[in-house]
Design a binder for this molecule. Structure first.
Ligand code: ADP
Ligand code: ADP
Length: 220
């Protein structure tokens, strides 16, 4: 069963047609790569899935249920959309405690997500002093609050050094091991070919290929 189904979603911004019949599924137990050049509509799709942008047409189902009728969306989908959206003057742990509080969660959940992303040694440092890779991990820790079965990560490989890259790959693989799902975007196929099980390739607001990585690599 698909965990997220995006069906024929259209979205315009003024005269720009950002999404033009976007249709695909994110399946449990898989890392689904979301690949396409800048401007192809990846971020807009993620925003529509989260209910941050309203589609002009089409719909999003989560676990078979129309997303707008879910009462606690954050319990279903954790998202890393923009790693810069953290508070630089607060410690990483303080930032997470503040986010947790707004979701009715507490210290226990915060310390659990800090361990899950391996930030325990630096959690009391100011987030503003973090490298990009550590910021991405902090953003993922925030997305993991509430223990959602689905994660959406927008360009999580961007700017990572080789060690950060390896960590991210390992994290994605372990996250989906027990039937959870990830949608992970990149403008570079090379960033996803070793971590994604399935890739949805997009251009100009629609899907141009939807295939396993094995098949995609065999076809080039
Ligand atoms: P909704 O249909 O849910 O109200 P909007 O179409 O207003 O969504 O778009 C969501 C966000 O994108 C808003 O913050 C809006 O300011 C911004 N936006 C929409 N269209 C444009 C545009 N043509 N140029 C700049 N920003 C835009
Ligand atoms: P990607 O994430 O693949 O780079 P986006 O979803 O950010 O693509 O953008 C798709 C198209 O929609 C682009 O042409 C972009 O300029 C436009 N767009 C996205 N958000 C807005 C907005 N808020 N206002 C106006 N245009 C937007």
């Amino acid at each position: 069963r698909a965990t997220i189904e995006v069906r024929n979603v259209g979205k315009r911004f003024g005269s720009t047609r950002a999404l033009d019949g976007m249709t695909f599924e994110v399946r449990p137990g898989q890392v689904t790569g979301f690949v396409g050049p800048n401007g192809a509509g990846k971020s807009t799709t993620m925003r529509v899935i989260l209910g941050l942008d309203r589609p002009d047409r089409g719909e999003v189902l989560v676990g078979g249920v129309p997303y707008r009728s879910l009462r606690t969306p954050l319990k279903h989908i954790g998202a890393l959309l923009d790693a810069s959206a953290l508070q630089p003057s607060r410690s990483a742990r303080h930032h997470l405690l503040w986010l947790a509080h707004s979701q009715g969660l507490g210290v226990r959940e915060v310390d659990a997500v800090i361990r899950r992303v391996g930030l325990q040694d630096v959690a009391r440092r100011k987030a503003g002093s973090f490298s990009l890779g550590m910021r991405q991990r902090l953003g993922i820790a925030a997305a993991l609050l509430g223990d959602p079965p689905v994660l959406m990560l927008d360009e999580p490989f961007n700017g990572l050094d080789p060690e950060g890259f390896r960590w991210m790959r390992g994290f994605l693989a372990s996250f989906v091991e027990q039937g959870r799902a990830v949608l992970v975007s990149s403008h570079l196929m090379s960033e996803l070919q070793d971590s994604a099980h399935h890739v949805v390739v997009v251009g100009r607001g629609r899907v141009v290929a939807d295939t396993s990585v094995r098949e995609l690599l065999a076809s080039v």
